[in-house]
Ligand binder design. Structure first.
Ligand code: GDP
Ligand code: MG
Length: 186
């Protein structure tokens, strides 16, 4: 039985639904935040994730911040050495998708490890009628950048757990690979 801890950076523009997603995940779907309460500094949320078919678990420390440029200097300092990345955009807001490259670059630049497991999340699929970013386009961009792709609707409580569970699993796999490579050496 192994218990791991991972620092998960939640990145993306303001209002894409980062805080809503993470709060739903933390409360197991009990809490959809209707009003926009701007995250000013950084909120850290902790959640234990069991890894299926093992006795292992990963404790995710999720760093939620606003995504507003004026707060970037505060956020930046807390982003050192992330373990995994959850990058979120809003499928009805093209600008929020275009910003993903910038967020990805910012987080990767603080990573010491050669591989940072990450996911790209297209949130607000309930606004399908206002979709501004094609799923295929986002999926291709995610694949090119070594990110797994998911779409969610925090409002309809769809898929909100999947990105976080996937990150915990990737982190656990990375840990196992490292243990195996050490065992091979000794
Ligand atoms: P953040 O700035 O990225 O943390 O965004 P918030 O989580 O604060 O959400 C911004 C606004 O979008 C709030 O009014 C939320 O209720 C709303 N919101 C979040 N997720 C969804 C969603 O999946 N669909 C819709 N329609 N609205 C959402
Ligand atoms: Mg927020």
């Amino acid at each position: 039985m192994v218990k791991l801890s991972a620092k998960c950076i939640l990145a993306g523009d303001a209002t894409v639904g980062k805080s809503t997603l993470v709060q739903l995940f933390r409360s197991d779907g009990a809490h959809f935040q209707k009003n926009y309460a701007m995250t000013v500094g950084v909120d850290i949320m902790v959640k234990m994730v069991h890894i299926p078919e093992t006795n292992d678990s990963v404790e995710l420390f999720i760093y939620d911040s606003s995504g507003k440029e004026i707060f970037y200097e505060i956020m930046e300092k807390l982003w050192e050495q992330p373990s995994v990345l959850c990058l979120v955009y809003d499928i009805s807001n093209e600008q929020s998708f275009n910003s993903c490259a910038k967020w990805l670059q910012r987080v990767r630049s603080r990573t010491l490890s050669s591989h940072l497991p990450g996911v790209l999340v297209g949130n607000k699929t309930d606004l399908a009628g206002r979709r501004a970013v094609e799923q295929k386009h986002a999926q291709d961009w995610a694949a090119q950048n070594d990110l797994e792709y998911f779409e969610t609707s925090a409002k309809e409580m769809e898929n909100y757990e999947v990105p976080f569970r996937s990150l915990a699993k990737s982190f656990h796999r990375l840990y196992q690979e490292r243990v195996e490579s050490i065992q091979t050496i000794v």
